[in-house]
Ligand binder design. Structure first.
Ligand code: SF4
Length: 598
């Protein structure tokens, strides 16, 4: 279905030619344009780090508008970490600036011979030499470009040393700490020798039907300010969730060996706010200000979000929050995905704990739980592929193959993408979503967040089943994940912040249709948007099947399937992932995998 088209820049990095075309005539924007472009144009079986890979970067029709949270871009390519579809979104100010520069999608093909950056300055576009930026971290790259171009407001999306060294979970980051973090899009950018994209724009987004568009903006603003989580999100951002997950008994302490972390009070959101936060931070046009600037004895920076906070504390058995925040800042500057980085370090610590690796295997680094040496040294070694860092830079699945089956048994990844900081056995919808979603083990692909609030009324409204709201029930989870996936695709395509749309659940298809229709000045129904999201989800599945995806990969790591949660409030809880996946397949209308296949 053709809804709208935008302006696409085609940048051939091999020939250095730049052309202007239209965005795909199907899809909505953002992720939908990227996924459809990749399915159509990418040859199957190519090397994700070779010049044949295509890197798409898109905003959506609402990006940079008055609608709260319309601040994201989506970067997509074949993932060097999973070998399947890779994509990831970043918030901040870069995406609105790109839209104000009149660009909706950039498609990078080929690979440059020497390092370059792309400068988009309203009407002009050019590739420039970036050799002086090589080796610079993300903060330095941004600062250097702003100084060089005499513009402190220049918006920059860049890679750090991790992207340059093709770390398979390298990020693209804008506004210093706003990352397109998952699936290694920074490594694809590095493989093309594209160090950064710098943008200046000045053309405001004008809705074609201002009254209708304004109605959606006002409704969303009121829904956010009246939301029961509004205040806690303002105070703590995503770090508020640590206490809830502790109470539910799903913390991943000592790399999922326990749900209890005795020193949780030292590392939770309140401790972070009390001891390290110096000021709140926001993305473009958001009234939540859920991010924060921190100062530590090691460095300073923005964040951390819950994933970095929990990953470098609870998951690694570390009760020193100062250290964890410092590591999070370093990881951001180096251009590493904090989730995958924390996961590979925690996995390595568990391997050492189990006696599966020797000191000599890891350059003599102390790998005891919470080791300061490991947390300070390993991110730098990974980003530059030094020593054991070279192996870890390829992700936990590839690293485990070197250490043998027992080490493989301890990994926590799906399709090669490292899992988040919660135990999937105790939150069944999240467990299922991690098992089946198109980019691998990941909590943010689609957020079945109703099971974190237990809101039965909302569960009935969304999927007609109150059981879906209960984290420990398996009923209704196929429908819940299918709904959450559609909402995730909608959010990634309109490029609305998913903390707002999916986690707070204040953007549904009705509101999105009013906003979208108001912006375009033509009637687009909620049903039409749902239908496009169904098509995009299927296109992403088709992409992965074409790359060799098997149904038995729609599962969770054996460590979660074979044993119950060992202790804490949810002790004894198991997950029947075969049943959950069958339920989901039925919901999608896919052939059910034979019993036991997953
Ligand atoms: S909710 Fe937070 S992450 Fe989302 S747009 Fe607002 S400030 Fe940014």
């Amino acid at each position: 279905m053709t809804i709208c088209r935008g302006r696409c820049l085609r940048v051939d990095l091999t020939t250095q030619e730049i052309a202007t075309t239209s965005t795909p005539d199907d899809g909505i924007g953002g992720r939908s344009w990227n996924s459809l472009t990749l399915l159509r144009e990418l040859a199957p079986g190519i090397d994700p780090l070779g010049p044949e890979n295509i890197l798409c970067l898109s905003v959506g029709p609402l990006t940079g508008s008055e609608l709260i949270g319309s601040c994201r871009f989506i970067a997509s390519a074949k993932s060097p970490l999973t070998g399947y579809l890779g994509d990831s979104g970043a918030r901040g100010f870069f995406a609105p600036e790109l839209r104000w520069a009149g660009v909706d999608q950039i498609v990078f093909t080929g690979a440059a011979e020497r390092w370059v950056y792309l400068l988009i300055d309203d009407g002009t576009v050019e590739l420039r030499d970036a050799s002086h930026l090589v080796g610079r971290d993300i903060t330095e790259t941004t600062t250097d470009l702003r100084r060089e171009l005499h513009d402190p407001d220049l918006q920059v999306a860049a890679i750090g040393p991790a992207g340059e060294h093709l770390v398979r979970y390298a990020i693209i980051s804008c506004n210093l700490a706003r990352a397109a973090g998952r699936t290694g899009m920074g490594a694809v950018m590095g493989s093309k020798r594209l160090k950064a994209i710098a943008v200046r724009g000045s053309q405001p987004v004008k809705p074609a039907d201002p009254d209708r568009f304004r109605r959606a903006c006002t409704e969303l603003e009121a829904a956010i300010e009246g939301h029961p989580e509004f205040e806690s999100r303002r105070l703590y951002g995503t770090t508020r969730i640590m206490d809830s997950l502790a109470a539910m008994g799903v913390l991943p302490a000592y790399h999922f060996r326990s749900a209890n972390f005795d020193e949780v009070e030292k590392v939770n959101g309140r401790a972070l706010r009390r001891d390290h936060v110096v000021k709140p931070k926001s993305c473009y046009n958001c009234n939540i200000y859920c991010s924060r600037y921190n100062v530590t004895e090691y460095n300073e920076g923005e964040g951390p979000e819950y994933e970095a906070q929990a990953g470098f504390t609870v998951k690694c058995g570390n009760a020193d929050l100062e250290l964890a925040v410092g590591v999070s800042n370093t990881v951001n500057r180096l251009g590493l995905d904090c989730i995958s980085t924390a996961e590979v370090i925690a996995w390595l610590m568990e391997c050492r704990h189990e006696g599966l690796i020797a000191d000599a295997d890891v350059d003599g680094i102390d790998l005891g739980w919470g080791s300061r040496e490991a947390l300070l040294r390993l991110p730098e070694m990974i980003a530059r592929r030094e020593g054991i860092g070279n192996l870890l830079a390829d992700g936990s699945r590839r690293a485990a193959e070197v250490f043998g089956p027992e080490a493989e048994r301890l990994t926590a990844e799906v399709k090669g993408l490292e899992l988040f900081s919660a135990d999937p056995r105790g939150i069944k919808g999240y467990g299922l979503m991690n098992a089946v979603n198109s980019r691998g083990g990941d909590h943010y692909r689609a957020e079945p967040s109703i099971e974190l609030t237990g809101d039965e009324v909302l569960a009935i409204r969304r999927v007609g089943n109150p059981d879906a709201a209960h984290a420990l029930k398996e009923e209704g989870k196929g429908a819940l994940v299918n709904y959450a996936e559609h909402l995730g695709i909608l959010s990634d395509s309109l490029t609305i912040c998913k903390n707002i749309s999916c986690c707070m659940d204040v953007v549904d298809f009705d509101l999105a249709a009013v906003a979208y229709s108001g912006l375009l000045g033509k009637d687009v129904s909620p049903g039409q948007l749902w239908e496009v999201c169904t098509e995009v989800g299927q296109a992403e599945r088709d992409f992965n099947l074409r790359e060799g995806l098997r149904p038995d990969e729609d599962t969770l790591p054996r460590r979660f399937v074979d044993a119950p949660i060992p202790d804490g409030p949810a002790a004894g809880t198991t997950i029947d992932i075969t049943r959950l996946v069958s339920d989901y397949y039925r919901e999608k209308g896919w052939r059910e995998p034979p019993p036991g296949e997953n």
